[in-house]
Design a protein around this ligand. Structure first.
Ligand SMILES: *Cc1c(COP(=O)(O)O)cnc(C)c1O
Length: 343
């Protein structure tokens, strides 16, 4: 029986078309710059995002880290959301491996960091007083944020402000394609305000691995060196790049289906008395369950081959391998569980 896995959009398997593209990939040694498929992928993504150059890396974590290290030197700081992936969910890599000081700031519920907070966090620099501080060098934002698309006006205002203060800007765009499809704009529009963007190919887009970092040529040259230092120089990675190219050609527009499925899932679950849907945007929704039911519900669903993150504040994520029928079956199973608890 099919497993309905709503834990994350990272769980997708390559489709037959994607596997065929991988099998047929023309490859070379990418550390030597010889892999034609990797080179094509980088050219395609640079063009689509409107940037000069691109770098292919194994993971989004490494892509963000190489990006931060290409923007910042030892003793520089980057301003970032308290709950942002690059700060909270990447092992503190910027500090641990980059000697870059994070300056995390509390975010609003929509993921934005208020401009006033950013403004007061930027430290004086130069001789005298400035010598006391880490040098504010970079602002990093994230889009989508918990599935929510950052408001375009906020992004425009904040990145312009950062630039006026001499800061570079980086977007953790792990799900930037969801942001583009979810708000009906191009990926170029999402990336345009930022100096650099990191994009994950192994989430909603469905490739088995891979991330892309985009920015201007000088930035990508610095990041290229850091990728090697971080152990991310891969050899015949064209096999993976072929999957990413396939995903870019065939699995971007269909993200809209994931967003519709997440909406259907939220609407269906909201009708169940014991379940509270606290948020839904693009391919994600968040639930609040009566605490006593969180674990038993997870076990009940598991017995039906349905997987959710076993936490009180559950996050459900739709993706390529979750169909409308799966969504309906999942809602029925949750309803069945709760009707059983009342009889
Ligand atoms: C998944 C993710 C990343 C990078 O994750 P990897 O698993 O290293 O590819 C970065 N930022 C956000 C917001 C993510 O969701």
């Amino acid at each position: 029986m099919k497993i309905i896995d709503l834990r994350s959009d990272t769980v997708t398997r390559p489709t037959p078309g994607m596997l065929k593209a991988m099998m047929c990939a023309e490859v070379g040694d990418d550390v030597w710059g010889d892999d034609p498929t990797v080179n094509r992928l980088c050219a395609v993504i640079a063009e689509r995002t409107g940037k000069e150059a691109a770098l292919f890396l194994p993971t989004g974590t490494q892509s963000n880290l190489a990006g931060i290290m290409a923007h910042c030197e030892r003793g520089d700081e980057y301003i970032v959301g308290q709950m942002a992936h690059t700060y909270r969910w990447e092992g503190g890599g910027a500090a641990v491996l980059g000697s870059v000081v994070p300056q995390p700031l509390e975010q609003e519920a929509d993921g934005t960091i208020p401009l006033a907070k950013i403004s007061t966090a930027i430290k004086p620099h130069g001789a005298g007083l400035g010598a006391h501080f880490a040098r504010s060098r970079l602002l990093a934002l994230e889009n989508t944020w918990s599935g929510k698309v950052l408001p375009a006006a906020y992004v425009a205002e904040t990145t312009a402000f950062a630039k006026s203060k001499g800061l570079s800007t980086h977007l953790d765009g792990a799900r930037a394609f969801n942001a583009a499809v979810g708000s009906g704009v191009s990926i170029g529009d999402i990336c345009n305000p930022f100096d650099s963007v990191s994009l994950c190919m192994s989430k909603g887009l469905g490739a088995p691995a891979g991330a892309l970092l985009v920015g201007d040529k000088a930035f990508i040259e610095r990041a290229y060196r850091w990728r090697k230092v971080l152990g991310g120089g891969m050899r015949q990675s064209g096999f993976i790049a072929a999957a990413c190219l396939y995903a870019l050609d065939h699995q971007v527009e269909r993200l809209a289906e994931d967003h519709e499925n997440a909406k259907t899932l939220a609407d269906g679950l909201a009708k169940i008395d014991d379940v509270k849907v606290t948020a839904q945007a693009t391919n994600m929704l968040f639930l609040e369950l009566p605490e006593a039911h969180a674990k038993p519900l997870e076990a009940f669903l598991k017995s039906r081959n349905m997987l959710i993150q076993g936490v009180y504040n559950a996050r459900l994520v739709t993706h390529h391998d979750v169909s409308r029928e799966d969504v309906n079956r999942f809602v029925s199973a949750v309803a069945e569980y709760f009707s059983g608890t009342r009889s």
